[in-house]
Design a binder for this molecule. Structure first.
Ligand SMILES: C[S@@+](CC[C@H](N)C(=O)[O-])C[C@H]1O[C@@H](n2cnc3c(N)ncnc32)[C@H](O)[C@@H]1O
Ligand SMILES: Nc1nc2[nH]cc(C(=O)O)c2c(=O)[nH]1
Ligand code: SF4
Ligand SMILES: [Mg+2]
Length: 209
């Protein structure tokens, strides 16, 4: 990357953009809602089951001006989901102010592993064992979405639920490759602990991005 671009990326004026697409939010509280997804490259959290490992190396994704990203978004939707990769590896303030100035509803999908930046209408926190969330995410999260890979993850989910704000929505989502094994446990758990809800990756069942 040339120095000038590097400086703009560091300032959050450009972001390594992996892809952007208009689809239907497949997961969590806003499942079923049409939204434009902005997938920012770069992540070193290292989830072994990550379904977008191609996003990890930021250098593979071209630095893109936030104005260009926001203009692309505005053509499709007034609801934007910023995801990645890990969005908070970058300064999200410039992108969210650009989207805000266009009157958009701005959502984010994050592990919370990097400091919170930007101005959000909806924060979906999906904590990871390899790099726990920064403290500020517990208060800020509107939705806690814990991925269930095995039985131990229920206890771990409760530890996080104890830290989020009282009105934060709580979701358990099967790890995709383990869905047939863990779904019965999730069902049972939610019936016993009804403050939790199930989140499925519905876009994968629908065969949409
Ligand atoms: C790819 S991540 C990108 C955003 C951010 N790095 C994060 O982990 O929240 C988007 C969402 O997909 C979830 N996810 C990733 N791989 C998954 C898998 N194999 N099964 C179920 N959910 C998965 C993550 O936990 C997160 O909620
Ligand atoms: N349709 C759809 N919904 C999603 N919700 C969260 C996603 C993500 O990868 O962050 C995602 C995604 O990749 N596609
Ligand atoms: S934090 Fe998100 S993008 Fe990063 S490895 Fe984990 S699931 Fe994948
Ligand atoms: Mg996805």
């Amino acid at each position: 990357m040339i120095d000038e671009q590097q400086a703009l990326v560091e300032a959050g004026q450009m972001l390594p953009l992996m892809e952007a697409f208009y689809t239907i939010q497949g997961e969590g509280a806003h499942t079923g809602r049409a939204a434009y997804f902005i997938r920012v490259g770069g992540c070193d959290v290292g989830c072994h089951w990550c379904d977008v490992k191609e996003s990890w190396n930021a250098e593979l994704h071209p630095p893109t001006a936030i104005g260009e990203i926001a203009n692309g978004a505005a053509e499709y939707s007034d609801t934007i989901v910023v995801t990645g990769g890990e969005p908070f590896m970058w300064n999200m303030t410039p992108l969210t102010s650009e989207l805000r100035s266009k009157g958009m509803k701005i959502h984010v999908e994050t592990s919370g592993a990097y400091p919170l930046s930007g101005d959000w209408d909806w924060i979906c926190l999906s904590p990871k064992k390899t790099m726990p969330p920064k403290p500020e995410f517990y208060e800020a999260a509107h939705e806690l979405k814990v991925i269930i890979y095995n039985q131990n993850d229920f206890k771990w989910a409760e530890e996080h639920a104890a830290k989020v704000s009282p009105n934060c929505r709580l979701f358990l989502q099967p790890e995709w490759s383990r869905r047939d094994t863990v779904m019965l446990d999730i069902t049972e758990y939610i019936m016993k602990n009804p403050r939790w809800q199930v989140s499925l990756q519905t876009h994968k069942y629908l065969g949409i991005p």
